[in-house]
Design a protein around this ligand. Structure first.
Ligand code: MN3
Length: 201
């Protein structure tokens, strides 16, 4: 089995004006597609690994041969992160979380606004390329973190609930150097249904 580029589930212009169509098209059909291609290439001949769910693959990087470990970290991480990312986005967004997730966020951060503030800080203080995350640690505790490159919280035994790509390729065409505007605008297109689905699973 080889890894494949997932469908977006909406059109490239569906997130306008928050994320422009050209950015979405290049991000999905070029950047994500390249991670998939490079991951498949790296795993050629490693038949015991190539069939694994990508999150399982990157959870156990220590079991990946050293010669391809960096390629699997970067491209497996890239494939996992972007596969989630397309689902964290939804035209118009899905309003706010509800039920047990809201209670959990309130308990961990004090309020939804406080969680968003911490998440924004993580996204803005990530130097260079990477991601900001709302994630569950192995004890089930919610936290905010950021990772460099295409590293995923999964690689540290955590479970991402929400992530934001802060690589320049995710926003530069529309926002140029104004990462702060991109980060703030993100909240209006977050698909909370998917966040809750991940929280419950
Ligand atoms: Mn990206």
């Amino acid at each position: 089995m080889t890894y494949t580029l997932p469908e977006l589930g909406y059109s490239y212009n569906a997130l306008e004006p928050v994320i422009d169509a050209l950015t979405m098209e290049i991000h999905h059909s070029k950047h994500h597609a390249t991670y998939v291609t490079n991951l498949n290439n790296a795993l050629q001949g490693a038949d015991n690994l190539a069939g694994l769910d990508v999150d399982k693959l990157i959870t156990h990087l220590d079991q990946v041969p050293e010669g391809i470990r960096t390629a699997v970290r970067n491209n497996g991480g890239g494939h996992s992160n972007h596969t989630h990312f397309w689902r964290w986005l939804s035209p118009g967004g899905d309003k706010k979380p509800s039920g047990s997730l809201v209670r959990e966020i309130d308990a961990a951060f004090g309020s939804m606004d406080a969680m968003m503030e911490q998440f924004n800080q993580a996204a803005l203080s990530r130097f260079g390329s990477g991601w900001a995350w709302l994630a569950l640690d192995s004890t089930g505790k919610l936290g905010i973190l950021s990772t460099p490159n295409q590293n995923s919280p999964v690689m540290d035994g955590k479970r991402p609930l929400l992530g934001l790509d802060v690589w320049e390729h995710a926003y530069y065409l529309k926002y140029q150097n104004r990462r702060v505007d991109y980060v703030k605008a993100y909240w209006s297109v977050v698909n909370w249904n998917y966040v809750q689905e991940l929280f419950k699973s």
